[in-house]
Design a protein around this ligand. Structure first.
Ligand SMILES: [Zn+2]
Length: 187
């Protein structure tokens, strides 16, 4: 049974952008910690009514906040970023649930079943093909991860719709991560 230190170390590893576990989880893309919420903001101009009247504040805007390496970060999200950040937050939640499952059931190792990984990559590519984005992405944009060296460009954003994506994550969690194989290290 992993102790607290082990769990913290595992979480730390999971939070690392290129952690092996993140990449290994079948179909799971980048993860993102933090909170996404909608709010109205005051602008910078001192003469603006928003400075005194809460009803005159601008927005609403979507914001993301998180503590990164001890510092609070905040970012305004445009619709494209909002979509991406939400997906990454869901990925993070799933990863956390995965670690909790491993912890509570005493597993030490998890790895994606190759078939699940292949299915997901194929499904994501198929959905992407059906969108107009595919045309633009033929030039190898960052969304395909073409800017990451030593990695074959592939579709990094799921275009099947947020609802479908979240349902799939939820299904996987509810079914006990059928696309993953859990093992115990010989002690
Ligand atoms: Zn203002």
């Amino acid at each position: 049974m992993p102790n607290q230190t082990t769990l913290r170390r595992k979480l730390k590893a999971a939070e690392t952008k290129h952690s092996r576990l993140t990449n290994a989880l079948a179909g799971l893309g980048p993860i993102r910690k933090g909170t996404i919420y909608q709010t109205r903001l005051r602008c910078g101009s001192s003469g603006c009514r928003c400075q005194r009247d809460p009803d005159a504040r601008h927005g609403p805007y979507w914001l993301w906040t998180a503590k990164v390496e001890g510092k609070s970060k905040c970012r305004k999200l445009n619709p494209m970023a909002l979509k991406l950040y939400r997906q990454q937050s869901k990925n993070y939640a799933k990863l956390k649930q995965n670690i909790q499952k491993m912890e509570s059931e005493g597993y030490d190792v998890c790895s994606p079943l190759q078939k699940a990984e292949d299915d997901w990559v194929a499904h994501t590519a198929e959905i992407h093909e059906q969108t107009l984005m595919a045309e633009g992405d033929k030039v190898n944009s960052w969304m395909m991860g073409a800017n990451i060296e030593d990695k074959k460009p592939r579709v990094l954003i799921y275009f099947g719709g947020a609802g479908v994506y979240y349902d799939k994550l939820r299904e996987s969690v509810d079914a006990g991560f059928p696309e993953l194989q859990f093992d115990k290290l010989a002690s």
